[in-house]
Ligand binder design. Structure first.
Ligand code: CA2
Length: 154
C-alpha cells in the first residue's frame, strides 16, 4: 500500500480495556477518560507541529495489523498494549519489524504492581518506556516521538 504525501503522523495505539479508563480503578489509572488522553496527545502534538492517529482495540491481532500499517504511514508509535504487554510475542515480533521508533507507554508503573506485570514482552524491542504518570505518560511519549521523528539520534 502506498503512503500518503506530507508529514507522517504519530500513531498512538491502545490495547485491551483502555476504553474503560475513567470509569473504574481511579486509584490506579486516574480519572481521565481515553478521550481526555486523546485530547492531551493531539494538543501536545499540535504544539510540536505533528499530528496524531489515536486508536483503541481489545483485539491483539488488530494491534499487530495497526503496527504493520504504521511501518509506512507513521513517523513513530506510542503504544500502550495494556495487558498484552505482559504476554504477547506477536506484538514483540511486529514491533521488531518496524524501522520507526515505538515508545512503550503505561498510565501506571507496572514494576510497582503485581509480579505478573513486571514482565514485558515488548520492552526489549521498544525504543524506550514511559510509565507511571497517568495521562502525562502519553504526553511525554508524544514529545519523545516528535523529537525522535525530527532527529532519530535524539
Ligand atoms: O498502566 C497501564 O497503562 C497498563 O498498560 C494498563 C493495563 C494493565 O494491564 C497493564 O499492566 C498496565 C490495563 C488497562 C485497563 O484499564 C482499565 C481502566 C479502568 C477500568 C478498568 C480497566
Amino acid at each position: 500500500m502506498t503512503s500518503q504525501p506530507g508529514p507522517k503522523p504519530i500513531y498512538v495505539l491502545n490495547g485491551p480495556n483502555l476504553n474503560l479508563l475513567g470509569s473504574r480503578e481511579p486509584e490506579v489509572y486516574g480519572r481521565d477518560t481515553l478521550k481526555d488522553v486523546e485530547t492531551a496527545c493531539v494538543d501536545r502534538a499540535k504544539a510540536l507541529g505533528k499530528t496524531i492517529i489515536f486508536r483503541q482495540t481489545n483485539a491483539e491481532g488488530q494491534l499487530v495489523d495497526w503496527l504493520h500499517e504504521a511501518r509506512d504511514k507513521a513517523c513513530a508509535v506510542v503504544l500502550n498494549a495494556g495487558a498484552y504487554t505482559h504476554t504477547s510475542i506477536a506484538l514483540h515480533d511486529a514491533i521488531k519489524s518496524l524501522e520507526i521508533p515505538v515508545i512503550e507507554t503505561h498510565l501506571s508503573n507496572p514494576a510497582s504492581r503485581e509480579p505478573f506485570r513486571h514482565v514485558s514482552t515488548i520492552s526489549a524491542v521498544a525504543k524506550g518506556v514511559i510509565s507511571g504518570f497517568g495521562l502525562t505518560s502519553y504526553v511525554l511519549a508524544v514529545e519523545a516521538a516528535a523529537r525522535l521523528a525530527a532527529d532519530p539520534a535524539s
